[in-house]
Design a protein around this ligand. Structure first.
Ligand code: KG4
Ligand code: ZN
Length: 359
């Protein structure tokens, strides 16, 4: 019989709930976005987010249960999960408290999930045949990480941003250009009308290593626009986007080469970007790597990815104590070794039967 996990996600400005079977089959996934609520302020207002989660959590969970054919009474679920961090504390507490209460009422385990770890499962959920090891580029509004994934729960951080996250750079540049919040989709839309080669913005830290940096690029955009007030906004958006895409694709391919990965994946909100997806796919094809791009709905925050992470974490580490809390600054669970000084691993022999580890 399949094991169902009910999960809620309330770390930022999306109230989400999902039911996932065996960590891979999405029975329902409901996302109530608060974008309209915060757009007016140009960013997420934590207090408003917490209050909105509180209002929406019951209808969103109810819809997810009904969508999966479950009744709220005492459904046959294996666990209830919630994002325990990182995120806004007032927002996280709504989901964590709600999930714990459901778990107690239903007499099933509670599983607290790291939001970043959740994002890693988006590709796996949609394509369980991903060939491992995979290099996952996790680019969201708050984090930018390059992670090697060798199996569920087995990660190693290869690189990370030394300043702003990629999504943060999109949001800040969009705000500077007077575009709407969230900035990523707004920049992508504006860029569609612009020339990506119009302005040669810098690509910080492009030439070496696997760490990322976006703050200098954002500052370069600001200086350029101040010095050229008549420049077309579409050209600025397209040229900025091209710089971010080149940085992320170059680093992903370097990481894949350095660890002998068999595939590369994108994760996180920025992975919804069409230019990034196209360039990522092309670079992976020429490096003869498998490539997995979650659907756009699975790139941005959702609870199905949290349910998938919870399923594997429950099997590996058991339930989370009901006395555990929410951690706004929760770090990514993979410790960092770096690739410097580490012997490059040879690429596994693709020709041998069973060489592809699949999960
Ligand atoms: O993963 P996510 O939904 O929430 C966090 O965990 O942060 O990511 C949100 C980030 C925002 O910075 C948003 O501007 C960015 O993802 N984003 C995009 C696109 N859609 C969302 N960035 C670039 N292009 C997009 N199409
Ligand atoms: Zn996220």
């Amino acid at each position: 019989m399949s094991e169902l996990v009910v999960a809620v996600e309330t770390s930022c400005d999306e109230t989400a709930a999902a039911v996932v079977a065996d960590g891979r089959e999405i029975l329902s996934s409901v996302v109530s976005s608060q974008v309209d609520l915060h757009a007016h302020f140009g960013g997420v207002v934590p207090e408003l987010a917490g209050r909105a989660h509180l209002e929406r959590i019951v209808p969103v969970v109810t819809e997810a249960l009904h969508g999966a054919g479950l009744r709220a009474g005492s459904p046959p679920v294996a666990a209830v999960a919630a994002t325990a961090g990182p995120g806004l504390i007032g927002a996280l507490l709504v989901g964590v408290s709600f999930a714990k209460a459901l778990a107690m009422a239903w007499g099933v385990p509670y599983v607290g999930v790291n939001h970043l770890e959740g994002h890693l499962y988006a590709s796996l959920l949609e394509d369980p045949a991903i060939e491992l090891p995979a290099v996952v580029v996790l680019v969201s509004g708050g984090h930018s990480l390059i992670v090697e994934m060798t199996g569920p729960g087995a990660y190693e951080v290869l690189g990370e941003t030394v300043d702003d996250a990629a999504g943060e750079a999109f949001d800040k540049v969009a705000r500077f250009l007077g575009l709407t919040y969230p900035g990523g989709p707004a920049i992508e839309q504006a860029a569609a009308e612009g020339d990506p080669a119009a302005i040669a913005f810098p690509r910080p830290m492009l030439r070496e290593g696997l760490d990322l940096s976006f703050s200098g690029l954002k500052t370069a955009v600001v200086h350029y626009v101040r010095a050229h007030p008549d420049v077309a906004g579409a050209d600025v958006a397209a040229s900025f986007q091209a710089a971010v895409v080149e940085i992320l694709v170059t680093k992903a391919m370097r990481a894949a080469e350095s660890v002998g990965a068999r595939s590369v994946c994108l994760a996180g909100g920025v992975a919804a970007n069409g230019a990034l997806r196209a360039a990522f796919r092309a670079a992976a094809a020429s490096a003869e790597l498998g490539v997995y791009l979650p659907s756009r709905a699975m790139c941005t925050d959702n609870a199905a990815m949290i349910a998938a992470a919870a399923y594997y974490n429950l099997a590996a580490a058991g339930p989370t104590a009901l006395g555990s809390g929410a951690e706004p600054g929760l770090a990514f669970p993979g410790h960092r070794l770096g690739t410097e000084g580490r012997a490059p691993r040879s690429r596994p022999d693709l020709s041998s039967p069973g060489a592809a580890e699949k999960i």
